[in-house]
Design a protein around this ligand. Sequence first.
Ligand SMILES: [Zn+2]
Length: 362
Amino acid sequence: MTVSDCFAGDYGAARAKFLAAAAAAGATIETIQHPLRGPAGERLYCDVATLGDPRAPRAMVSMSATHGVEGHCGSGAQVAALREGLFRELPAGTRAVMIHAINPYGFAWSRRVTEDNVDLNRNFVDHGAPYPANAPYAELRDAICPSDWSAAAQARTRARLQAYAQAHGPMRLQQAISGGQYGDPLGVFFGGHAPTWSNRTMRRIFAGVGAHATDIAVIDYHTGLGPYGYGEPIAPVAGNDDSFKRACAWIGGNEVTSPDVGTSTSAPLVGVNPTGMREAAPGARLTMIALEYGVRALESTIDAVRADNWLHAHGDLDSPEGRAIKRQIRDTFYGDEPDWKRMIVDRAFDITRRMMAGLTKG
Ligand SMILES: [Zn+2]
């Protein structure tokens, strides 16, 4: 077996590899069907494989495809862990829970977002309260999400965004675009106006994990930020949060980063996954990192998201331009090269081992 073979070029092949590897490893598998279909009419599922004593007080959780198209990476890491027997190293009193394709619709359709154009990792806000404001997004909205994607429109809107970055700094631009927004349902990084299917499913899964486990470690796999192949362990919590301190103690304070503190390649975000995990498992101590792997340069990554947003809002998926944009976004979030895949798996195993050891230390 090669590491490259653990990765797959589409959702259906990724799921088949995951289910086969989970069955071969002797895992228990729960399958949750999504209400909609993939581009070839295929059914879509989130699958949860568990190994070890279901009543264990500690749980090591991994999750792929929070951002759909980023699932090629997380799925590959999960399949490699199953095939290479990583969880034979599970400490006593610890179970492994692998959540495959929490956003199967986005994975199958090569989108970051869910079926309702929601960024799942901005969806965990109180939808009964006023939404967080993002005035810079509103100001730049027509440049971020133009209704025209001609070469001239791309050049014009890029120039406007670059001018904003020059005036306010590149991280302010990144935060305006990617920090999350709740006023533009057809735009990018939209946090939604209700809990989306993947949000409700994630809560259900974590309520189940938290029914027995009082200590839960989570790796949520992402791609799109940072240097090619490097896995940045991001603590997506407040800078004074105990879970950030624990992640630093377990993994290393020189490696774990915090958008809140300003040490991450990620801008500060609102409505992120750990909020929902904690609400679903209130009796458990949660230590969560987003393991964020780099693929391409930031500007081309943001361009691919903007192009895909334009395509689904205004364009024709079944056109040469539509197919080119779908290839562009997949290639932007999936480093389909042997060296990249090797780096993904080595780092995933390394971080998983450090978190499993951390769980036993408390
Ligand atoms: Zn992501």
